[in-house]
Ligand binder design. Structure first.
Ligand SMILES: *Cc1c(COP(=O)(O)O)cnc(C)c1O
Length: 225
């Protein structure tokens, strides 16, 4: 697969929608990332801390690394010095830890709160009810080294496009409802929705960050990641 050619339509489409492309390079070697980099890509998404750290150490410094996967609290310290955006924050405890490590590094770390929008049991994330409470309480105001810049959601893995549209639409409505929150910690501007199979629908419902892996880099051997 020619990655430089493969990535161009996704870069073009995201531009048309005023969105950004997160090239999901997990399990892929540095050569694949360099090929995408040559095509002008600068935002890459990874879901494993160790892999992220190694790639950050060995690839160009102007790459913006996004952590898109489930993040364990004891591993925050390894990515805190350089991570650009954490997509899948799913607990207050994790936010606390990110804030602590951001402070140690004298940084502000931007985070997205993951919302459970699918009808699948296995996926992580806050419920809308939990987030309504959290976003209207004062409990986030203590976090001086974090900015909540939006939400992330993964739709049900299905061919039922109506269901996917309904799930993305509900997250978009939730985003609109909270967009004018005046807390200094909450500055909503990103909606991370859409992967290789459902990015077209996600863009129709206001996604600002689509996370595309296999459609650009080819399928992963160790799938389920
Ligand atoms: C792997 C992954 C993606 C990319 O999936 P593709 O179907 O390969 O595009 C997007 N988001 C998350 C959270 C992922 O783990």
């Amino acid at each position: 697969m020619n990655i430089e050619e493969q990535i161009l339509p996704y870069q073009k489409l995201t531009k048309e929608y005023n969105a950004q492309l997160v090239a999901v390079s997990k399990t892929k070697p540095n050569e694949s990332i360099e090929a995408a980099y040559k095509a002008g890509q600068r935002i890459f998404g990874e879901n494993k801390v160790q892999e992220l750290v190694t790639k950050n150490d060995t690839l160009p410094k102007d790459i913006q690394w996004h952590m898109i996967g489930h993040l364990q609290r004891n591993k925050v310290k390894y990515i805190a010095p350089f991570i650009k955006l954490i997509h899948a924050v799913d607990s207050l405890k994790l936010l606390k830890e990110i804030n602590k490590e951001a402070k140690k590094n004298n940084r502000i770390i931007h985070c997205l709160l993951q919302v459970h929008i699918s009808n699948e049991e296995t996926k992580f994330g806050f419920s809308y009810e939990e987030l309504d409470l959290l976003l209207t309480s004062n409990s986030l105001n203590e976090f001086e080294n974090i900015i909540i810049s939006g939400f992330m959601g993964m739709a049900t893995n299905t061919t039922n496009e109506k269901l996917i549209a309904k799930e993305f639409s509900s997250l978009q409505q939730f985003y609109i409802k909270h967009k004018d929150n005046t807390s200094p910690v909450i500055q909503l501007q990103e909606l991370s929705m859409g992967m290789s199979g459902d990015y077209k629908i996600a863009l129709q419902y206001g996604s600002t960050l689509i996370r595309i892996g296999s459609a650009i880099f080819g399928s992963r051997n160790l799938d389920k990641q």
